[in-house]
Design a binder for this molecule. Structure first.
Ligand SMILES: [Zn+2]
Length: 85
């Protein structure tokens, strides 16, 4: 029997600022986990797309946040404004 994770409380993604609320029909291992939504985690994080392992998802979320900070730091260094939340 599979034990699914608890449904997270609604939150705002730290990257795209989208309000994330889990609907009841979403596949439990792909829930948006604070502080980053599933889409930003997959787009910016390092690792295999769609990996469902919770520990690797945490690593991927940290790498996504680091990547966004790197992008914004570069944009600021060339005189542009930051793009992400
Ligand atoms: Zn997001």
């Amino acid at each position: 029997m599979t034990i699914y994770p608890e449904r997270p409380e609604p939150f705002t993604c730290a990257i795209c600022l989208k309000h994330c609320e889990q609907d009841r029909w979403k596949y439990a291992p792909t829930y948006d986990r604070p502080p980053v939504c599933w889409r930003c985690e997959q787009d910016f994080g390092t690792g295999q797309y769609g990996d469902l392992n919770p520990d690797r998802r945490t690593i991927k979320q940290i790498s996504a946040l680091a990547e966004v900070l790197r992008c914004d730091a570069y944009r600021i260094s060339i005189g542009e404004g930051p793009l992400y939340g």
